[in-house]
Write a protein that binds this ligand. Structure first.
Ligand code: AGP
Length: 608
């Protein structure tokens, strides 16, 4: 959830560190800091509570060094403050450490180090690492050996980068449950927790594995294990465009990413539709038709919006292939000693590919012998590497904390999987063709929804001050309501609840009043009449209704309507979701929220 950057080379490290941190700020943004060193220079440190811009303003011109590390933080241990910001130093100010993750035995280590004379200056778990590494750096000990020895005493998760003022020719990094990527430059090397900090400088990267460490010098790197065995890692090439990390003239990344959806959906579909056999080609599944026929159940796992996208995916799989499918929060699944069945296909969903709860669920399934596919956006990420196969979204980098284009592409990927499954089972060629054509039509239909952005902005401004909002939908539309409520609360901080429309009269109807408007997702499908009855029940209680529908309901049933183009019933949820992204975005703007970096959140939740 926090961001790490590191540089070693002939140049001054500080400009890269500050620029890299700004690019990673979406991962955590309550405090930031940098430390640099150079030949004979000791460690220079600057860290502040606040944003990277506050840090940049605080860094003096003379703050120079050819070896440096930086960090942007999302607090887990200790409040956001200057003292708790990273990097953390040992008492001799020889070692500086930045850390993502959680050290579980920090209290115990802190007590031992304090007894040995260490004086702690922060409330963080990370500071134990600086003192611990320093304690192992006795005469003649190499930094990498001290880091290995220190990590041997640590229980928990980490991605770290370590500087030693007395060995300024290297940085040591390590990974266990929190990503570290090395970037290979011309006589200079970079490291970061995320490739987005590196792409401006290099496309050649090496993703460290869990349990791996690396010594990084200006002219190269060496990777090794905790017991000092050298590992051999081949660099891979990042194909994301640099422009993907800019706002491209949009006011916010979120608006840009919402508007990118016609293109990102095209990329998710690209080369995967087979018109001849009315099916989908998914080469990365690593499962042939015979193996797929043996699957009796599909269990989808993800967190937050990835879980809701999984709910849409489960619906698609059941409808098109008639294989029972269910989505569950990965964060719950991993803690309930799940029964793993040989004939169940497990599917892990993650934009970042780094969400710790989802990764832990994948590892638990694999440990018990289950088969897991990944539906992942970030190529080479931990979840992608851990899975037996899967589908890459190719949605491009998603920077804004709220997921939009990755959500939509995930649903498209599930539609492809469901089509593939369906055509292996009993989905007729005619139905297959129906779905193929509907998928091909999606990009233009999304454009039609996006064209309504201004009208949706007016509606959002009218309702933004509401104390709360109710979101309802039936069956296919229920995950749309859940994701719509999630988006609204996440970025506007307006309280939002999602209910199945059918459940309203079993309790939540008591909440309905003019003060609690309802967003009703009303597809033109076999449940339309039931939905219209529900709208009547809300209006009878003086509730205000915004319908998101294929056809405008009678005036007495809805105060407003956002009309969405009709797809095939199975794919309708995907399009019905898009106006809710715009509604949340414009409500957040109307309320003056920090749209791309909502309070208390971070883009990738790489801690438990
Ligand atoms: C989405 O808007 C949220 N920021 C959040 O729920 C997110 O979807 C979740 O944390 C999972 O992230 P992942 O897709 O990177 O695993």
């Amino acid at each position: 959830m926090c961001g790490i950057v590191a540089y070693i080379g002939p140049k001054d490290a500080t400009p890269f560190l500050l620029e890299g941190l700004a690019r990673l700020e979406y991962r955590g943004y309550d405090s930031a800091g940098v430390a640099v060193t150079g030949r004979g220079g000791g460690i220079k440190l600057r860290k502040v509570k606040g944003r990277v811009a506050d840090l940049a303003a605080d860094v003096p011109a003379r703050f120079k060094g050819t070896t440096g590390i930086g960090h942007t933080r999302w607090a887990t241990h200790g409040v956001p403050s200057d003292a708790n910001a990273h990097p953390h130093l040992d008492n001799a100010e020889r070692v500086a450490v930045v850390h993502n993750g959680i050290i579980e035995n920090a209290d115990e280590l802190r007590a031992k180090l304090t007894a040995d004379g260490a004086v702690f200056r922060s409330e963080t778990d990370t500071e134990v690492l600086s003192h611990l590494i320093a304690a192992h750096l006795t005469e003649g000990v190499e930094l990498e050996d001290a880091v290995r020895a220190a990590l041997g005493r640590v229980v928990g998760t980490y991605g770290i980068a370590v500087l030693d003022a007395e060995q300024p020719d290297r940085i040591v990094v390590a990974r266990n449950g929190s990503p570290i990527v090395l970037g290979i430059g011309e006589k200079e090397m970079f490291a970061a927790s995320d490739v987005s900090a590196l792409v401006r400088y290099t496309r050649q990267v090496v993703h460290l594995e869990d349990g791996e460490l690396a010594t990084v010098r200006a002219d190269g790197f060496r990777t090794f294990t905790a017991d000092a065995r050298t590992t051999h890692r081949q660099p891979s090439t990042v194909d994301w465009e640099i422009d993907s990390f800019d706002t491209a003239g949009y006011e916010h990344y979120l608006l840009k990413e919402i508007h990118e959806q016609p293109g990102s959906v095209e990329r998710t579909l690209s080369g995967r539709l087979d018109e001849r056999f009315a099916t989908a080609h998914l080469g990365g599944l690593n499962l042939d038709a015979r193996e797929l026929r043996e699957i009796r159940r599909v269990k989808i796992l993800g967190c937050g919006s990835a879980y809701y996208a999984g709910e849409m995916g489960a619906q698609l799989i059941e409808e098109l292939s008639r294989i029972p499918a269910h989505s569950e929060p990965a964060s719950e699944f991993r803690y309930r000693n799940p029964v793993i069945e040989a004939d169940t296909l497990y599917v892990a969903v993650s934009q970042s590919g780094e969400t710790y709860d989802t990764l832990a669920a994948v590892q638990e399934i694999k440990r018990k012998g289950g088969r897991v596919l990944g539906v992942v956006n970030t190529v080479g990420s931990a979840i992608a590497r851990e899975c037996d196969g899967g589908i890459y979204l190719h949605a491009g980098p998603e920077v804004s904390v709220a997921s939009t284009k990755a959500f939509t592409s995930t649903v498209v990927a599930f539609a492809l999987l469901a089509l593939h499954f369906g055509r292996i089972h009993d989905l007729s060629p005619a139905d297959g063709r129906r779905i193929v054509s509907a998928l091909q039509a999606l990009p233009d239909q999304i454009r039609e929804v996006l064209d309504q952005s201004e009208a949706i902005a007016e509606l959002a401004a009218e309702y933004a001050e509401s104390a709360g909002m109710m979101f309802i939908g039936r069956v296919r539309a229920y995950p749309v309501a859940r994701e719509g409520a999630q988006k609204l609360k996440e970025i506007s901080y307006v309280h939002a609840e999602a209910y199945p429309a059918s459940e309203l009269k079993h309790g939540p109807l008591a909440l309905i009043s003019p003060e609690l408007p309802t967003v009703a997702v009303v597809p033109d499908d076999e449940l339309l009449d039931k939905n219209l009855t529900t709208l009547g029940e809300i209006k009878a209680r003086s509730g205000r209704v915004i319908a998101v529908a294929h056809r405008r309901p009678e005036e007495k049933l809805a105060d407003h309507c956002i009309v969405v183009p009709k797809s095939e019933p199975e794919l309708d949820p995907l399009l019905l979701n898009i106006p809710l992204q715009l509604l949340a975005y414009h409500a957040a703007v109307a309320l003056g929220r920090d749209v791309d970096k909502p309070r208390n959140l971070a883009k990738s939740v790489t801690v438990e």
